[in-house]
Design a protein around this ligand. Structure first.
Ligand code: TYD
Length: 137
């Protein structure tokens, strides 16, 4: 699992004079079944979210409104991705440390997740995450 496995996926977009429609089907448009949806909103200027990695969870991060940055880190390299299109989603595989920042005013970050919330699936300590990475390789 590396940051090269994490990529922006183009989602279906149906456009007509009434506006745009995008849809996401688990295992069809994204590489996992969707078991949970959560979203971040009313994020104060300058706030940072994330700051964790997941042991087994797959996620898709979508800027439903406005924009923000996601910094991905696999323990060997980092990349910063700016999300600002609701027809694109950033796929994040397991064992990737992620931080979200640079939220625009009024932005909404939706996350589709492959499993229910489970605190035991988290690495919330960066050094423990690096230790786990080093043991897996
Ligand atoms: P946290 O992991 O700090 O959010 P972020 O990824 O944006 O930094 O989660 C904040 C709190 O919300 C924490 O107490 C866990 C809880 N939570 C749930 O109960 N269910 C969920 O699906 C999520 C994502 C978080």
């Amino acid at each position: 699992m590396s940051i090269s496995d994490c990529e922006i996926l183009e989602l279906p977009k149906i456009s007509d004079v009434r506006g745009n429609l995008t849809f996401i089907e688990g295992k069809n448009h994204i590489p996992f079944d969707i078991k949970r949806v959560y979203y971040l909103y009313d994020v104060p200027g300058g706030a940072e979210r994330g700051g964790h990695a997941h042991k087994a969870l797959h996620q898709l991060i979508v800027a439903m409104s406005g924009s923000f940055d996601v910094v991905l880190d696999d323990g060997h390299g980092k990349k910063r991705i700016h999300l600002n299109r609701s027809y694109q989603g950033l796929y994040v595989c397991p064992m990737i440390w992620r931080e979200l920042d640079n939220f625009s005013s009024g932005s909404v970050c939706m996350v589709l997740a492959s499993n229910f919330y489970d605190e035991s699936d988290y690495y919330r300590d960066y050094d423990q995450f690096l230790e786990a990475i080093s043991k897996k390789i």
